[in-house]
Structure formats: C-alpha cells, structure tokens
Write a protein that binds this ligand. Structure first.
Ligand code: NAD
Length: 473
C-alpha cells in the first residue's frame, strides 16, 4: 500500500487519521492518504497567506522559470505519475484515441509550459496632456483549488498553474476518490517553489467547505458537480471570494443529414466514450437526422461492441472501469430508467461480470427529450441517440437543457455548421469535433454549467483583479 502525506508550508504533514484510495479496476485499496480537517486548512491558508507577499513580488521572469521547472519535473516523472493516474481513476495508460493517463500527464506538462509563458500586459487606455491611465492586473492572494475525480491531475494543473503564474499562492483539495497523482505533483512542485506557495489538504467535502469559507481565501477555482458548485458559491459569498465554477455538462451533438456515416461514426464514438464518458465536455446527447438514424446507430453500436474494455494498466485497453461505485450506480439506474422509457439497447446495458466497476459501453436508441437518460448527465459509458427531422426544432431541443457547457454540429458543410453552432447555448461550440480543449483557447460553461473561463490569457485574467492607475498631468 502506497502512503501519501499532505503538504503544508514546504513540509509533508500527517494528521494521524487516514483514508484508503480504491483502484476501480479491482475495487481494492492501493494507497493510503491523510484525512485532514479544518485545523489543517487553517495551517495551509496561513502558510499560503504568509508566502503571498514575497511570491507576488517575485520578478515575473523568475516566476516563469520556476513554472517551467515544475513542468520539467512532471515530464521527468511521467511514468510514475501515469501509473498513479491509472490506478486511482481507472483510465487506461493509452486509451481510446490516445486519451488516457499519458495524455493527462503529458497535457499537464504542456499546459504548465504554455501558461508559464503568458504575460499580463499593462493596458494604457489614455496618454495625453490631461492624464495617463493604465490598467494593471494584480494577483488576488490565497487561491483555493477544489478538483473532481475524472481528470484529477490535469484539472489541478488548470487551476494552480495560472493562479501561481499571476502571483497568487494556493491551497488545494483533490477529490477523495483520486488524490494521489495530485499529492505526488505537489511534492514535486514543492521541491521547486518557495515554502507556502503551494499547499494541499486531503479529505472530503467538509475539508473543501472549510477552505471555500475561509476568510483569508480570495478566490475559489472549482471543477465538479453543479450541486457542489452552488454550495461553494454560497460558502465563498461569506467573504465575497471570487469563483470560477466549471460544472456539469450534458452536451448535445447534432448530426446533419449530409455526413458520411462511416467516416463520422468513429469520431463520434471517440468524443462520446473516451474516459468512459466521464469528461465534463464529452458528447452526452447525440441527435441524428431520421434519414441516417438507423445506419449511424448501428455503426456506433458496432464500435461499442468492439472497443477493448479492461484494466487500464494492461496494454491495448481502450476503456477502463467507471471511477467509483456511486457513479456506477448512477449509470445503472439511468440504464434501467431508459429501459422503462422504451429505449432500444443497440449495445451493452449492464454491469460487466468481473471484479471492479466495469459497465458495458452502451448505446440506447428510441428515447427522446424528457427521458432521464437524455435530460440528465450520466457521466459514464452510456449514450442516448435521439432522432430528429427539423434542424430548427432540434436546436431548440438541444438548448432546452439546463446545462450549457459545450455543443457540436457535424456536417460536410462547415460554413453552415458554424452558423448553426453559434445558435447553441453553450460556452464552447465545435464543428466536426467535440470536447477538444487546448491551452490557448478559453473554455467555460454558461447556465448551470458554471461561470468564468479557464486557459489562455482570458483564463489567466480570472486570477487577477484590475487596478486602474490615473496619473494626472
Ligand atoms: P463533486 O462536486 O462531487 O466533487 C468535486 C470536489 O468538490 C471534490 O473534491 C469534493 O470533495 C469537493 N466537495 C464536495 N462538497 C464540497 C463542499 N460542500 N465544499 C467544497 N468542496 C466540496 O464532483 P465529482 O463527482 O468529483 O465530479 C463529477 C462532476 O464534475 C460532473 O458533474 C462533471 O460534469 C463535473 N466536471 C466538470 C468539469 C468542467 O470543466 N466543467 C470538468 C470535470 C468534471
């Protein structure tokens, strides 16, 4: 059993109480972590607050170089970090279309290098005989990062690296299902950064709540469920701490009748099923025109039956298990409700008969809006394919959902598709792609999918406040 400590003010910290981390491919524990509480949160926030003045005044070039060193440490420890990610999440080392632990760890290094290079320019909005007016971007202070279990390391990087780049210090709280790759990352980064700049406390929602409601936390970066996001916003409101909330999605993809079914089916299958559908911006409701409905449904079902499901540590595995038992039960419950609603199961439909939290890749036809499997985010390997006949009507149906993270249009006419994509009510719209993110393009949700954006200069600005400087002449 591997043991992991919390990390506060440049030192490993133990609480004396522990919890176990389960490998979802075996349903057996493989690691033990420290159970933190509000007292450890106080220590971590105090350390981050004490480190803030010096870190925020550290010359820009030096901060940038230190973050490149952090990225290099991720690269140097890639095999170990990949194995930790696979053991805690279940996701394959390689994975469907190369989306697995290798991408998560490699992406973490790439995002860190890219974000390290970002610059916050001073905006001069007036410079004449009357006055010079400059707009400066200032770091906020202590930033909290609270992360979910689906992409634990990559999402932690998305929060922490821009926060540090802008001159803030951080206190992190990973999901208790998947803390270990993040804990190992903090050890590595802690060897490079000054004490107190990066701190981590592990435990459940009570630890998260103690952080988000702490009077010395100036901003909360949260990725997770909509329900928890609302609790966090309420808690942060006590101190008017700012929030970036990246919450649940139930993204629609609309396939226009001009696609080549054989070409589009594998692409669609990938964006729906990679990481077993446990990605916030995976395609979760697939609307297909009636003229191609049967053909595309069958093509997707063939792929679902063929895809290699197994332990992510085994070479060639494309999909792993569902990450935890509670999520598996949500998927099972949605499959049952789809059956009761008259859904036609083109592939899969049940838990697999083996150890671990495996569920068959599942495709369900003949459901429509109003069925729970269509209206609710399953966050697992089950996809409803929904028939439509009229494009205006289907856009209206896609937009009726309370989530607004992403959406996509699939067509051989990209200009027409781009026009339609702009009518989708969501933070990211794709044409002939879905869920693809990159370090320089902003990403975030609207409606119940959250507020604020991550990535690039837009994302970096969210870790700053504006100071307007007016010099009268
Ligand atoms: P979750 O909301 O249950 O937990 C997320 C984190 O919040 C965990 O670390 C948890 O311990 C912590 N937490 C729980 N209660 C808290 C409280 N009261 N105060 C502070 N922290 C608290 O989410 P999850 O089940 O881990 O993740 C799955 C969800 O996340 C899905 O809905 C998915 O769509 C969403 N998600 C969104 C994005 C995005 O970028 N939009 C990315 C990944 C996941």
């Amino acid at each position: 059993m591997q043991e992991f400590n919390m990390y506060i003010n440049g030192k490993p910290v133990q609480s004396g109480k522990t919890f176990e981390v389960i490998n979802p491919a075996t349903a057996k524990p493989f690691a033990r972590c420290q159970l933190g509480d509000a007292a450890f949160v106080d220590q971590a926030v105090a350390a981050a607050k004490a480190a803030f003045p010096a870190w925020s005044k550290t010359p820009d070039e030096q901060r940038k170089q230190l973050l490149h060193q952090v990225a290099a440490a991720i690269e140097a420890n890639m095999p170990e970090l990949m194995e930790l990610v696979t053991r805690e999440t279940g996701k394959p080392m390689g994975g469907l279309n190369g989306i697995g632990s290798g991408m998560e760890v490699g992406g973490s290094a790439a995002w860190t290098h890219y974000t390290a290079e970002l610059q916050l320019p001073v905006d001069v909005i007036q410079d004449n005989e009357v006055a010079r007016i400059e707009v400066h971007r200032k770091p906020l202070g202590v930033v909290a990062s609270i992360t979910p279990w689906n992409w634990p390391l990559l999402i932690a990087i998305w929060h922490v690296i821009p926060a540090l780049r802008a001159g803030n210090t951080v206190v992190m709280k990973p999901a208790s299902f998947t803390p270990v790759s993040t804990l190992r990352f903090v050890q590595l980064a802690g060897d490079i950064l000054p004490p107190g700049v990066i701190n981590i406390v592990t435990g459940g929602g009570d630890v998260g709540n103690a952080i988000t409601g702490h009077p010395d936390v100036r901003k909360v970066a949260f990725t997770g469920s909509t329900q928890t996001g609302k609790r966090i916003m309420t808690s942060a409101a006590k101190n008017l701490a700012r929030c970036t909330l990246e919450l649940g999605g139930n993204d629609a993809g609309i396939v226009l009748p001009d696609v080549n079914v054989k070409e589009v089916a594998p692409k669609l299958f990938g964006v729906c099923f990679h990481n077993n559908g446990q990605t916030c911006a995976a395609l979760k409701r697939l609307y297909v025109h009636e003229s191609q409905y049967e053909e595309l449904g069958q093509a997707m079902a063939e792929l679902a039956k063929k895809v290699k499901v197994g332990d992510g540590m085994e070479a060639g595995t494309e999909l792993g298990p569902v990450q935890n038992l509670a999520q598996l039960e949500i998927v099972q419950d949605l499959a049952e409700s789809a059956r009761a609603d008259g859904g036609r199961f083109l592939a899969g439909g049940k838990r697999m008969d083996r150890a671990g939290y495996f569920f068959e890749p599942t495709i369900v036809a003949d459901l429509t809006d109003g069925s729970r499997l269509v209206d609710e985010e399953p966050f697992g390997p089950i996809l409803p394919i929904i028939k439509y006949s009229d494009i205006d009507e289907v856009i209206e149906r896609a937009n009726r959902n309370e989530c607004g993270l992403g959406g996509s249009i699939w067509s051989s006419d990209t200009r027409k598709a781009a026009e339609l994509a702009q009518r989708l009510e969501c933070g990211s719209a794709w044409v002939n792609d879905h869920g693809a993110v990159q370090p320089d393009a902003p990403f975030g949700g609207i409606k119940q999918s959250g507020m604020g954006v991550e990535f690039g200069l837009y994302g970096l600005e969210e870790f700053t406040s504006i100071q307007t400087l007016k010099i009268a002449k």
